[in-house]
Design a protein around this ligand. Structure first.
Ligand code: NAD
Ligand code: MG
Length: 392
């Protein structure tokens, strides 16, 4: 039986890896929707290759070009955030959430409401609105709604928990490569350039998550994602620096056992696991030769080097909409760094200032976690960050 699939963010790093997997077995899948941003040429190419029902670009100004490129193909086209959300409402069995940033939240929620399995690469979905997303998945579970992790660490934990009781879990350890500046002298970090921050030692990913790996904001988001997805208290979640990026996560049990997930740094493993779950299928990833690798190193993370980790713990303690504020402030600070308006170190300072200012508004932080309030908190945090950056 063919499965109906959609890919949100199909032109990105995760989107391309997802297409790589499904294109190897074209008979097994029917493509419903593909969505992208400015890379219209690639989006059109993908839509033709997979014979998608609809291709959607996030930007209205790209619609004419997308239409031209798909003229005569019978593939529908659309543009804008609302069109992306509508595309997520088309019946699909499996939906890849691989847009970058909080923009991934509305289509993810829409797909769950329609009863899809949501393969979640977009960690921002759980960071900004974890309780709402989990509740939506539960509410529509009878129609088939379900969340599966795709972030490599969370896929690793998920695999480590198969057949286990959550009550026996003592701790969850997610690993971090340490990113581009793991071994830089801390006092040099303020001079880090965009090009230096955009080069990851082990993983080939989108630019934003690569810079977030250097600042550890990626790991900070993943701490919150772990807390939300697995329902584990912040005190039971640890980060371990592991330069080789081969052990992705470890689950510690009450008998002292640690179950580690080891695999090559290739997102097609986690994507493929979510695609074929609950079964395992052969995947085109390298097989590790541990004898050749020889050694795996681990060290404790230095929170002076990476203040993002401390901020994530504060966010988990505060709860409510502080995750939405944290993520939006981070996105705005990252925009500021990419645009050359603030330096690398200033990013975490901006995020902390936004959190401090907006946390004083407990009406904002502790409002109901619904989509309107999440988007409001998100917008307020972006505005606040923009003000802070302007006066920097
Ligand atoms: P990317 O930048 O390579 O691709 C992002 C995709 O989203 C592109 O298709 C882009 O056109 C689209 N997009 C960007 N802004 C958009 C907007 N405002 N509205 C709609 N679409 C938009 O990113 P990526 O590295 O593939 O990461 C995607 C998500 O997966 C992120 O949340 C990231 O944290 C997560 N993730 C990525 C990796 C990885 O290896 N790349 C690993 C784990 C988790
Ligand atoms: Mg990850």
């Amino acid at each position: 039986m063919t499965r109906r699939i959609s890919i949100f963010g199909s032109t990105g790093s995760i989107g391309e890896s997802t297409i790589d997997l499904i294109a190897r077995d074209p008979e097994a899948y029917e493509t419903v929707a593909l969505t992208g941003g400015h890379n219209v040429a690639r989006l059109a190419e993908q839509a033709l290759q997979l014979q998608a029902e609809i291709a959607v670009t996030a930007h209205e100004e790209n619609l004419a070009e997308l239409r031209d490129r798909l003229a005569g193909s019978g593939i529908e086209t659309a543009a804008g955030a609302r069109a992306i959300e509508e595309a997520a409402r088309r019946p699909a069995d499996w939906v890849m959430s691989a847009i970058v940033g909080a923009a991934g939240l509305p289509p993810g929620l829409a797909a769950l409401e329609e009863g899809a399995t949501l393969a979640l690469a977009n960690k921002e979905t759980l960071v900004t609105a974890g309780p709402l997303v989990l509740e939506t998945a539960r509410k529509h579970a009878d129609k088939g709604a379900r969340l599966l992790p795709v972030d490599s660490e969370h896929s690793a934990v998920f695999q480590g928990l198969v057949g286990e009781e959550m009550s026996a879990v003592e701790r969850i350890i997610i690993t971090a490569s340490g990113g581009a500046f793991r071994d830089w002298p801390i006092e040099k970090l303020a001079e880090a350039t965009l090009a230096q921050a955009s080069a990851h030692p082990n993983w080939d990913m989108g630019q934003r998550i690569t810079i977030d790996s250097a600042s550890m904001f990626n790991k900070a988001l993943e701490l919150i994602e772990t807390h939300e997805f697995f329902g584990v208290g912040p005190d039971k979640i640890e980060v371990l620096v592991h330069p080789q990026s081969l052990v992705h996560a470890l689950v510690g049990f009450n008998d002292g056992a640690l179950m580690a997930h080891i695999g090559p740094p290739d997102m097609r493993h986690a994507i493929g696991y979510a695609l074929h779950w609950p079964t395992r299928k052969r995947l085109p990833v390298d097989r590790l030769d541990l004898a050749a690798i020889g050694a795996l190193e681990f060290r404790a993370p230095d929170e002076t080097r990476w203040p993002a980790l401390r901020l994530a713990r504060e966010v988990m303690q505060a709860g409510g909409l502080s995750g939405a504020v944290f993520n939006a402030a981070k996105e705005a600070a990252l925009d500021g760094f990419i645009a050359g308006r603030i330096n690398f170190v200033r990013m975490s300072e901006v995020v902390e200032e936004v959190l401090t200012r907006l946390s004083a508004d407990s009406g904002l932080i502790h409002a109901d976690i619904n989509l309107d309030n999440v988007l409001r908190a998100d917008q307020m945090a972006r505005n606040e960050a923009a003000r802070i950056i302007e006066t920097t």
